[in-house]
Design a protein around this ligand. Structure first.
Ligand code: MTE
Length: 298
């Protein structure tokens, strides 16, 4: 299908430019709209990728198939006003203006590893809130077992929606216990600035222990369901992209190895790095999958 393995060095940042980046982020976050809490126990202390790298090398098929298409074309998207429909097994269903839905969420910073199924990775400083906070506010009803996410369909502003093999909207989903995990995050900002369009403005999901395709951008619908949601990549090629999509170096993609990855911006001479089980978040999330065979539930 559309994904290809990643074996080239796409961008290069001199090592000295990495220095003090964390301090820069802390400063930028302090200036961001609303109080951003300091990076807490959920953040990595690895050096984040540059803002430029994070916003110029993207997957966002609504705008095209090339990594540079989102940066080039996503500026056309109107992200205000924005509304999100909430439905299914929830106490407070409805169609909410974004500010009414999330205006009271506590904004914090999370510096997460991000690992694409194509075997490249980045370190990204997000701002946003825990998905669990929103779900608790909405009131998840007994019987709900999954959360499904749908993203925007607007071909007039999303040029990639006028053709191609993906059936829009882009869909993703999580099991309810995954969605309630403190690492599952809703991002509204990047580097202390509002989320840029190519990164999923105005709001996207970020699930750092799963392959990047789970982290759906431009969310417009959240549904609490009893049955496992239909998801875009699983529908396109079920043998290549499972519903769980947990980062797992021991389960190769049918067309490439998942044992290693290329850290974007690592420099011309940097080697590949080992991919970690659950993208390095195993201590926190492995218990979600106890008793499951992850070679089958891939
Ligand atoms: N969300 C939408 N709506 N459309 C997409 O094509 N691509 C996914 C995910 N979310 C995608 C999406 C994939 S394949 C990846 S790897 C990540 O977004 C990329 O996120 P980034 O561009 O912010 O790094």
């Amino acid at each position: 299908m559309l994904f290809k393995p990643d074996y080239t060095a796409a961008d290069v940042t001199p090592e000295h430019l990495f220095l003090n980046r964390r301090q820069l982020i802390a400063g930028a976050a302090a200036l961001a709209a609303g109080p951003a809490l300091a990076a807490g126990p959920y953040s990595t202390d690895e050096t984040p990728n540059t803002y430029e790298a994070i916003t110029s090398y993207n997957n966002y098929y609504e705008f095209g198939y090339d990594k540079t298409d989102p940066a080039q074309y996503a500026g056309a998207l109107t992200t205000d006003p924005w509304s999100i429909k909430v439905d299914g097994l929830v106490d407070n269903p409805g169609t909410y203006a974004l500010a009414d839905l999330i205006g009271d969420m506590p904004i914090e910073e999370r510096i997460y590893r991000f690992r694409c199924v194509e075997a490249w990775s980045m370190i990204i400083p997000w701002q946003g809130f825990q998905l669990s906070a929103l779900l608790n506010k909405l009131g998840v009803q007994a019987g709900a077992k999954y959360v499904s996410f749908e993203t925007l369909v607007r071909p007039s502003e999303m040029r990639g929606q006028n053709g191609g093999s993906i059936q829009w909207p882009y869909r993703e989903g999580l099991r309810l216990d995954e969605a309630m995990h403190p690492l599952a995050f809703m991002a509204t900002g990047l580097y202390g600035k509002p989320l840029p369009n190519q990164s999923g403005a105005p709001i996207r999901l970020v699930v750092p222990w799963k392959y990047g395709f789970k982290s759906a951008k431009a969310l417009v619908r959240i549904s609490l369901t009893e049955t496992q949601p239909v998801t875009t990549w699983n529908t396109l090629a079920a043998n290549e992209y499972g519903f769980y999509a947990n980062v797992n170096p021991e389960v190769d993609h049918p067309r490439w190895s998942q044992a290693t990855e290329r850290r974007v911006g690592g420099g011309l001479f940097a080697g590949r790095i080992d991919t970690q089980m659950f993208n390095g978040y195993g201590d926190q999330v492995a218990s979600l999958y106890s008793g499951q065979d992850l070679t089958k539930d891939y």
